[in-house]
Design a protein around this ligand. Sequence first.
Ligand code: FES
Length: 147
Amino acid sequence: MSGSLDEFAERLQEEIFQETKKTYGEAVFQRWLTPRFMGALPNADGKSKVTGKCGDTMEFYLKISNDKVEKALFWTDGCGSSTACGSMAAELAQGKAIDDLAEIDGEFILKKLGGLPKEEQHCAFLAAGALQEALRDYFERQRQKKE
Ligand code: FES
């Protein structure tokens, strides 16, 4: 009995995976399944917490040294698309010069993910906004240190 229930659950999961892959594409699917660079950095040099209009929250953490991103992590309580977008934003930020982080905007994240359905494109802008806000926080801390 439980064997057939397990088989049913496995089949259902496989169907959901296939459907998700078909709708969202491989890049989004992989990051939804196994997000990269997800977590928090307690000793971040810049961090942010941004809530989108949808009510979901994205956090971003940056460790910066010699004007380069040493480590970038994100966290979200949002949908699968926001997880994929946060993951992509964090991946793109790794090792980047801070002056080049501005190029990681919502459009760029969408392009790198191969797009998202229209109603979920705002997730990319939430991720980009959180990344840029963490960078702004970094600059603000630097400014305060100099005072
Ligand atoms: Fe709100 Fe994805 S971030 S629906």
